[in-house]
Design a protein around this ligand. Structure first.
Ligand SMILES: CC(C)(COP(=O)(O)OP(=O)(O)OC[C@H]1O[C@@H](n2cnc3c(N)ncnc32)[C@H](O)[C@@H]1OP(=O)(O)O)[C@@H](O)C(=O)NCCC(=O)NCCS
Length: 171
């Protein structure tokens, strides 16, 4: 499968999406967020909750909290069958656009030390490691790397984001 062969849309997550999102979450995370956790995220005014859909239904999602001028990416996941097709890249571009339009100046997130795929994704978007949270994760217990992006409004960053966007359009 390649991404050109799928017709994709990206939308705000709504209540009808939560069952599918929870099912994907179970494939990807241990321990997974519950339906109720996603429900409270969708109902929170400070959240940007997104889904990517194709003809099969929802295939990816992301949740970002915005507090004043800071954003925190809380979750991003892509169904296994659809990974490595730039779906997470599409979600990240949308989050960054949302953050920029909401006057966010820095974005932070945590990632498992061993999660090379996610670290690659975040580094592609210019995030850099700034610290460690010891034993932040359970099952298995693992440290988190804290990643920070604080150049969101710099001209160079906007160019970088545009290049990523163009790479999606050419796929
Ligand atoms: C991490 C994750 C969201 C990436 O989703 P995806 O749609 O496959 O990612 P993309 O195809 O957009 O790839 C974006 C970048 O991620 C990195 N990446 C993705 N898959 C990778 C892999 N198998 N190996 C190494 N790097 C990988 C690369 O840097 C890639 O950039 P490139 O395509 O320019 O090389 C997905 O693997 C996932 O859902 N993992 C489980 C949940 C998770 O770990 N979420 C993050 C929690 S912090």
């Amino acid at each position: 499968m390649n991404v050109e062969s799928i017709s994709l849309t990206i939308d705000k997550m709504n209540l009808q999406d939560l069952s599918q999102v929870t099912e994907i979450e179970k494939q990807l995370f241990n321990p997974p967020w519950s339906y109720e956790t996603f429900l409270s995220e969708v109902e929170s005014e400070s959240r940007c909750c997104l889904v990517v859909r194709c003809a099969d239904g929802i295939i990816g999602y992301a949740i970002c909290a915005i507090l004043y001028d800071e954003a925190h990416i809380l979750s991003i996941g892509v169904a296994k069958k659809y990974q490595k097709l730039s779906i997470a890249t599409l979600l990240m571009v949308e989050i960054m656009d949302y953050a920029i339009s909401n006057a966010v100046v820095k974005v932070i997130l945590e990632v498992r030390v061993s999660n090379d795929k996610a670290k690659g994704l975040y580094e592609k978007f210019g995030f850099a490691p700034v610290g460690i949270r010891k034993k932040y994760y359970t099952q298995p217990s693992e440290d988190a790397i804290v990643y920070l992006l604080d150049s969101l409004h710099e001209a160079q960053y906007l160019i970088r984001l545009d290049k990523i966007r163009q790479s999606l359009e050419s796929k």
